[in-house]
Design a protein around this ligand. Structure first.
Ligand SMILES: C[S@@+](CC[C@H](N)C(=O)[O-])C[C@H]1O[C@@H](n2cnc3c(N)ncnc32)[C@H](O)[C@@H]1O
Length: 220
C-alpha cells in the first residue's frame, strides 16, 4: 500500500528525464494519428493524455491502482474533455463488450500485469476485427550478460516497482495472442538504466476472422 502510494506520488518526477529525452516523442508518434474509440490499459498518472488527438471520439482510460487513478482523474478534470472516461479495471478482465474499440493502447504496462496472456486475450477480444494494439514496452535484454543481471535483480525490482518484470518477451506474447505485428521496432530507452533499456514499440492488428496475416511492414 505504501509502495503503491509512493510510486503514484513520484511517478511523473521519476519519468521526467525520459519524457524529455524520448518518451514524449514516442507517445506523440504512437497516439497522434489515432481515431475513433480508444481504450488505454494501465494509464497510470495520464502521461499519454496530452497526446490524444481530437479524432479520438471516445477515450477510456483504465487504471486498477487507486493512487494512480486519483492523479489520472485530476488530469482528466483539468483537460475537461467530455469524451474521456476513467475506469477501474485490470487488463486481465476488461469490462467491455467484444469488438468495442478501434485501438487499445498499452505503454509500459505489460511488464507489470499479473497475467500477460490473459491480458492480451482480453485486448484481442475488445478490439474490433482490423483494430490495433498500439504499444511500447520494455522487454528482456538480448545481451546474455544484461539478461543475467535482469534475472538476478527481477525479484527485488518487482517488489519495489509495482510488479514490473524485467525479462518478459512481450513482442512474442503479442504475436502468440493472435495479434499480428504490422509494425515492430526494437528500440533502446537510452539513457534509462541498462536493466530496462531494451524496448519494443509498434502496432499489432487483430486479424479479421478468415483473413490472411497482414505483411510485416517494418521490422528493425
Ligand atoms: C509503469 S506504469 C505505466 C503508466 C502509463 N501507462 C505510462 O505510460 O506512463 C504501469 C501501470 O500499469 C498499471 N498496472 C499494473 N497492473 C495492471 C493490470 N493488471 N492491468 C492494468 N494495469 C495494470 C499500474 O497500476 C501502473 O499504472
Amino acid at each position: 500500500m505504501i509502495r503503491a502510494r509512493l510510486m503514484a506520488r513520484f511517478y511523473d518526477r521519476m519519468m521526467r528525464t525520459a519524457e524529455e529525452r524520448f518518451l514524449a516523442d514516442w507517445r506523440r508518434d504512437l497516439l497522434g494519428s489515432l481515431s475513433g474509440h480508444v481504450l488505454e490499459i494501465g494509464s497510470g498518472t495520464g502521461l499519454n493524455l496530452p497526446h490524444y488527438p481530437a479524432t479520438v471520439t471516445r477515450l477510456v482510460l483504465s487504471e486498477p491502482d487507486p493512487f494512480m487513478r486519483r492523479q489520472l482523474q485530476a488530469k482528466v478534470a483539468d483537460r475537461a474533455r467530455n469524451s474521456v472516461q476513467v475506469v477501474d479495471c485490470a487488463a486481465e478482465k476488461l469490462d467491455f463488450p467484444d469488438a468495442s474499440f478501434d485501438t487499445v493502447v498499452s505503454t509500459l504496462v505489460l511488464c507489470s500485469v499479473r497475467d500477460p496472456q490473459r491480458a492480451l486475450a482480453e485486448i484481442r477480444r475488445v478490439l474490433r476485427p482490423g483494430g490495433n494494439l498500439a504499444y511500447f514496452e520494455h522487454v528482456a535484454a538480448d545481451n546474455p550478460r544484461t539478461l543475467r543481471w535482469q534475472r538476478l535483480v527481477e525479484p527485488a525490482w518487482k517488489f519495489l516497482a509495482g510488479n514490473c518484470h524485467l525479462t518478459r518477451h512481450t513482442h512474442e506474447s503479442i504475436r502468440q495472442a493472435g495479434l499480428d505485428p504490422v509494425r515492430t521496432e526494437h528500440v533502446a530507452m537510452t539513457p534509462a538504466p541498462m536493466l530496462v533499456r531494451r524496448a519494443v514499440k509498434g502496432l499489432a492488428r487483430r486479424v479479421p476472422a478468415g483473413a490472411a496475416s497482414a505483411p510485416h511492414l517494418a521490422k528493425v
